[in-house]
Ligand binder design. Sequence first.
Ligand SMILES: NC(=O)c1ccc[n+]([C@@H]2O[C@H](COP(=O)([O-])OP(=O)(O)OC[C@H]3O[C@@H](n4cnc5c(N)ncnc54)[C@H](OP(=O)(O)O)[C@@H]3O)[C@@H](O)[C@H]2O)c1
Length: 351
Amino acid sequence: MSESIPAIVLGGSGYVGGELLRLLASHPCIRPAAVVSRSRRHEAVEAVFPNLRGVWPGLRFTAIDDLPDTLGDRCAIFSTAAHGASAQLVDRALGACEQRQCVPSVVDVSADFRFRDAEAYEAVYGIEHGAPDRMQMFRSLLPEHATIRKPRHVGHPGCFATGMLLATMPLMRPGLVDPRLMVSAVTGSTGAGRAPRPTTHHPTRHANMFAYKPLAHRHAPEVEGILRASTGRGVQLHFVPTSGPFARGIYMVLHARLLDGVDSSQVRDAYADHYAKAPFVHLVDAPPRLKDVVGSNHARLATAVNRGTLAVTVALDNLVKGAAGGAIQWMNVLHELPETTGLTTPAAAWM
Ligand SMILES: NC(=O)c1ccc[n+]([C@@H]2O[C@H](COP(=O)([O-])OP(=O)(O)OC[C@H]3O[C@@H](n4cnc5c(N)ncnc54)[C@H](OP(=O)(O)O)[C@@H]3O)[C@@H](O)[C@H]2O)c1
């Protein structure tokens, strides 16, 4: 594994961009060749992310028009830009690769390539899509659920969606539950990105909790679409997100009604079979704890069944498994590297 795949990181000055760079610092095969930012152009990456001091001392943020003249035969494009901006940036980076005869693989963590067509995207996001002609090249799903040959490019499903998909796919594929699913999830403040807002200000977040967009969050229709495409089954996802008093992590609970005749051992077997070969998804006996996963690419799930009701608890790090780590995991797959490359660091536990 001595090859060095150049990476272009779009929207690299935000929380997910910084986390992606932190993870790439210990990736043996992928190195940042360009980190694109409008607001931090020409600034040293280590000046914006002091935790990366000394990793790539000469690396500076660049403009999308100033990508390197040569990129080699193939490269990795990560987009960690805001939705709405990402599609255009990806389009321009793909155009630059075409000019340089470099074969790119893209993983976009924004919402811009989670839908199959611009109409579906525009119906949920209410803005015009920035690169509709590129959408068909992308698939949106988790590597744990891919059954087809590897896609060309990936629209990463996102952080809440990672939890929802990990919890629901093993139930939906064999049809073990009523397809009306109830999900509640508490998220850390990094989920809202780096731009300060009243709802992300420390006095508001500290020692506080509040739900937002109950039953009206955009991720519900996104996940319904992915489940429908992957299982052929219709599903209704009723989702209530809550802001929690911590910086990183998602703690999720899914409630579902088991179909008549389905018992707890069938449920457990469905998860165990589904994730038997998944290096980052762990079925555990007791409800998982955030601190066992935060800082890592691991997700933990536990199930409980009583009187025909199933509760699945899920813990994951929104910035790692739900964004930057999940994106690197996909990039490893697209470049035929072992899926775990650069991602084996365990959780910090007492962070
Ligand atoms: N935070 C999470 O837990 C999480 C999890 C999963 C997915 N995501 C998705 O990942 C992406 C990044 O999230 P984040 O939390 O890192 O957000 P963030 O901290 O706000 O960073 C987003 C970056 O996008 C760039 N950007 C914003 N508007 C732009 C525009 N109009 N044109 C070009 N660039 C623009 C900004 O960089 P410059 O202004 O410097 O160019 C900014 O640093 C988002 O699409 C988000 O939905 C986030």
